[in-house]
Design a protein around this ligand. Structure first.
Ligand code: ZN
Length: 325
């Protein structure tokens, strides 16, 4: 039985299909010629895993360096998710990648948020912006980014994104600590991937990053948490504290981090009353939400109760105080 999911907790704006909707327009805004014969040709290049990942993403971030470009994408993102039937989405972006033409962190954040808010008012969708620290940034930059989130007094969240293997959660503890006692909701990509060697401790190291995020970064949510079902005590703690998990099963599968979505033991997490949700991560190059739901249902054969949990967790775990607790 397929759950009818009306919201997303783990969705990166610059990795979403909204980019496809506006990519040629972004080149026009930047006064640059679109370097592909068509949007389809660009998408083929972008989705080709044999192409260098930095070059692929550069085709997007190169034209996301002005306030107008960021507003355009934020608006397109809200419009797309609304048209897809979502009523509530949490929209992640990392302002540090948009500073090359002189925007400050605050200006980049503000521009994206303006676009999101415009889409909210036109399309009736509720959008909670989440500002990510690209974890390769030094801790001082992380602190600056956390300061930007503080200015929004809980209407914007904080996340830690990108390369977990080389930059474990504790690296940005100073940034997270700055938000302790504030209204800022904290998320963290953790338990997604770590260095391949030594292989015998791989899973334990993944799990350790989840524990660090929970106990030291004091997060309200974790993105991924692939090995969480290995640790009943941690599950009990997270369920008791209402620390949610925004899973992205097909992202993990397509990235080769799991061999089968059943490894995530989503049934076990729901049974433990973890606020678990199903999300796309980056549907610009990974499967869209409808496919995530369908293929997880194929693997798990969700019961009616599990469907109600997956649907309700979107609202129960929402960071936006207009929706959640
Ligand atoms: Zn993610």
């Amino acid at each position: 039985m397929k759950p009818d999911i009306k919201g997303l907790h783990h969705d990166h704006i610059d990795g979403s299909l909204a980019v496809r909707d506006v990519i040629d327009g972004l080149y026009a805004l930047a006064d640059r010629e679109f370097p592909f014969p068509s949007v389809g040709a660009w998408l083929d290049f972008f989705r080709n895993p044999r192409q260098d990942i930095v070059r692929r993403f550069a085709t997007v971030t190169d034209v996301l360096q002005t306030a107008e470009a960021l507003r355009t994408l934020g608006y397109a993102y809200g419009r797309r998710r609304s048209q897809e039937g979502f009523g509530y989405v949490e929209a992640k972006f990392a302002p540090q990648y948009h500073l090359r033409s002189g925007l400050t962190l605050k200006e980049a954040a503000e521009a994206m948020i303006e676009g999101l808010r415009q889409a909210e008012s036109e399309f009736g969708i509720v959008i909670f912006p989440v500002i990510g620290i690209g974890r390769e940034a030094d801790p001082e930059m992380g602190v600056e980014i956390a300061r930007v989130t503080l200015e929004y007094d809980g209407e914007v969240g904080l996340d830690l994104v990108c390369d977990e293997a080389n930059h474990p959660p504790e690296k940005h503890l100073p940034a997270f600590r700055l938000t302790f006692g504030s209204r800022v909701r904290r998320d963290c990509h953790a338990g997604e991937w770590v260095a391949a060697e030594p292989t015998d401790t791989y899973r334990a190291r993944l799990l350790q990053n989840v524990r660090t995020a929970v106990h030291e970064l004091k997060v309200d949510g974790i993105g991924h948490a692939i090995p969480l079902a290995d640790d009943p005590e941690l599950m009990r703690y997270m369920a008791g504290q209402g620390i949610r998990v925004a899973g992205c099963p097909l992202s993990n599968l397509d990235s080769g981090l799991i061999e089968d979505v059943s490894e995530l033991r989503i049934d076990r997490l729901l049974e433990a009353d973890i606020i678990y949700t199903l999300n796309p991560d980056d549907d610009l190059f990974l499967p869209p939400p409808t496919e995530v739901i369908a293929r997880c249902d194929d693997a798990y054969g969700f019961t009616a109760i599990q469907c109600r949990q997956l649907e309700g967790n979107v609202f129960r775990g929402a960071f936006d105080r207009r929706i959640g607790p």
